[in-house]
Design a protein. Structure first.
Length: 170
């Protein structure tokens, strides 16, 4: 998947390929429930429209123009007021969150991942850059191997071969 592809669902001749979000949720063991009805899709769209309309008007009313002040207002005032007015208590009060297992690397899970084939000189090309994959204790050459390039939120690049990080230069 690339960043240019649709975020939530990709339809390839009625066979749905996982998107970046679906892949991340799968790694975390979370099942994605896609809104299948127009009513459910409309509810989400109305919520976003409400946020855009009401929040922007309130930011203008209080003359908030910086991102920091907007975030402060959003989290400390707007959402509390919005939730007080519109939230409905859940039928089942049991918490649904789970502890993230220690072996799960959230930086890796929430990265943009793309597959590459290693060239004969042990390099890959990614975003107009060439990365040299260095030998490790298991392999001298990765030529023709399929690797996954992870671009993490901190902009760092990590390359994995069969879920094992590989040393790179570039």
């Amino acid at each position: 998947m690339t960043q240019d592809e649709p975020t939530f669902r990709v339809n390839l001749k009625y066979d749905y390929a996982p998107t970046q979000i679906q892949s991340a949720l799968n790694e975390l063991g979370v099942r994605l429930i896609i809104a299948g009805s127009p009513q459910a899709k409309g509810r989400v769209e109305r919520l976003f429209e409400t946020f855009q309309d009401r929040l922007l008007k309130e930011l203008n009313l209080y003359k908030i123009s910086s991102i920091e002040k907007a975030n402060d207002y959003l989290h400390n005032k707007f959402l509390k007021k919005f939730n007080k007015k519109f939230s409905i208590p859940p039928e089942d009060r049991e918490t649904a969150w789970r502890v993230v297992p220690k072996e799960v690397n959230l930086e890796s899970v929430f990265s943009i991942k793309e597959q590459r084939t290693v060239m004969a000189d042990n390099t890959i090309s990614y975003k107009n850059r060439i990365f040299q994959i260095l030998p490790d204790k298991y392999r001298i050459s990765f030529a023709k191997a399929k690797v996954v390039v992870e671009k993490r939120l901190d902009e760092s690049i990590h390359i994995k071969y069969k879920d094992h990080p590989e040393p790179i230069s570039g």
